[in-house]
Design a protein around this ligand. Structure first.
Ligand code: GDP
Ligand code: MN
Length: 389
């Protein structure tokens, strides 16, 4: 789960990384009112997922409320484009922050080095620009340190990196604590990446995280439900929004081009089901991972979501039971889909696991098509889709 800058900075503040004072705003009127109450120089920063906002025209400076309002009107609704993101991304909100006088810009990040199986810290005194650019033109300017998670972080790591990367003197005192806090954030929130670019040294001697890039591992989100809930605030597209709206994870549903609706429990089984459908000569209309348990309520909502796509001509529900009892799952499906206000399409269900036979009997009685194997289910679904209008 990638976070926007304002969300990343929220996490920064939780662990004690200094950030500029500011406020999150979604309308030009809010920006105007805020600056009127807090006279001074402010930066308006477009909140989008893409990087390189500076170059794309997404960062503006305002010295009074009127100018703030005008610039906010220009930014909100604007589609920012970059080389990485040629389609662009619409600006829906802004972060209004105190404009600081910059003496120097550094770069610091922590990511997982999968080869070393350890977090690796990257530091360079050439902050503000893309680190890839620095890596290309002046690779020696980037200093790395692999942190042994068993030993954890010690301030000497920060002192050594600041020295080796030749960070200006003004950074040296604050840097070990900033890096320590960044490491705490990285570990506690299960991040794939945390990046501060630029970490700014101000002319009045403060060290502040001027930007925040945070990418969290979805598998660790359960540890921080409040952060997981941010998902629903920043769905990147309609499918993600639809998934979140019915209580699924943001990446658990994606619409595709075929005619056969798919509901499976587990991402791997979902993809396997799509392959089986293709092998049987059909195409999946979607990917949907319903997660563990397959509760009746969620089955109904998932079914409604998938069949809301008019392309869907048949549905294949593929539930790998394990310790989930097949008869319970079957009853749940029947209860959810029989006689209610559902769009009726031919429904093939594969159930495995405890009491699967009993489950198939229940489905059969209800008029659904129970099958034993994935390939059999895919073949039935493809045939039914071809036969139905
Ligand atoms: P990005 O382009 O999406 O990475 O957005 P950043 O937050 O990194 O901002 C881009 C650039 O805008 C920074 O590298 C700074 O040069 C400039 N900038 C951002 N905030 C301030 C500020 O408070 N004062 C000054 N002088 N420049 C700023
Ligand atoms: Mn940046």
């Amino acid at each position: 789960m990638k976070l926007m800058e304002y969300q990343g900075k929220d996490l920064f503040r939780r662990v004690g990384i200094p950030t500029p004072n500011g406020v999150f705003a979604t309308t030009a009127d809010d920006v105007k009112a805020f600056i009127r109450e807090h006279p001074g120089s402010w930066v308006l920063k477009s909140q989008v997922m893409m990087g390189g906002r500076g170059k794309a025209g997404g960062i503006k400076f305002a010295d009074d409320a009127q100018q703030g309002e005008t610039l906010a009107r220009e930014l909100i609704g604007k589609v920012l484009k970059s080389v990485q993101n040629p389609d662009g991304e619409e600006v829906k909100s802004l972060l209004v922050e105190e404009k600081v006088d910059i003496a120097s810009e550094a770069y610091v990040s922590i990511a997982i080095d999968r080869t070393a199986k350890q977090p690796v810290v990257l530091v360079t005194a050439q902050g503000g620009m893309d680190v890839e650019e620095v890596a290309e033109h002046d690779p020696d300017a980037i200093k790395k340190y692999w942190i042994d998670p068993a030993r954890g972080y010690s301030p000497f790591i920060g002192r050594r990196l600041a020295f080796d990367a030749k960070l200006p003197e003004g950074f040296r005192k604050a840097f070990p604590a900033v890096l320590g806090a960044l490491y705490t954030l990285f570990m506690d929130y299960g991040a794939n990446l945390v990046e501060i670019n630029p970490l700014v040294l101000t002319k009045d001697g403060r060290v502040i995280a001027s930007d925040a890039k945070v990418d969290l591992d979805d598998n660790g989100l359960y540890k921080h439900p409040d952060v997981a809930a941010w998902n629903s605030e920043s769905p990147a597209d309609e499918d993600q929004a639809a998934a979140v709206a019915i209580g699924l994870g943001m990446s658990n549903y994606a619409k595709l081009d075929g005619t056969i609706g798919v509901i499976a429990n587990g991402a791997g089984l979902g993809m396997g089901t799509m392959d089986a459908i293709r092998n049987a000569g059909g195409e999946a209309a979607n990917f949907l991972d319903i997660g563990g348990g397959a509760q009746a309520d969620l089955v109904k909502k998932s079914y409604d979501l998938v069949t809301s796509d008019p392309k869907v001509k048949a549905m294949f529900i593929n539930i790998f039971g394990g310790i989930t009892r097949g008869d319970q799952v079957a009853r749940g499906i029947v209860e959810a889909l029989k006689g209610g206000d559902v769009r009726e399409v031919p429904l093939v269900v594969r159930l495995t696991g405890t009491n699967a036979e009993e489950g198939r009997r229940i489905l059969d009685e209800a008029g659904f098509v129970p099958v034993e194997t994935m390939d059999e289910g895919a073949a039935r679904a493809v045939a039914l889709a071809a036969g139905s209008k």
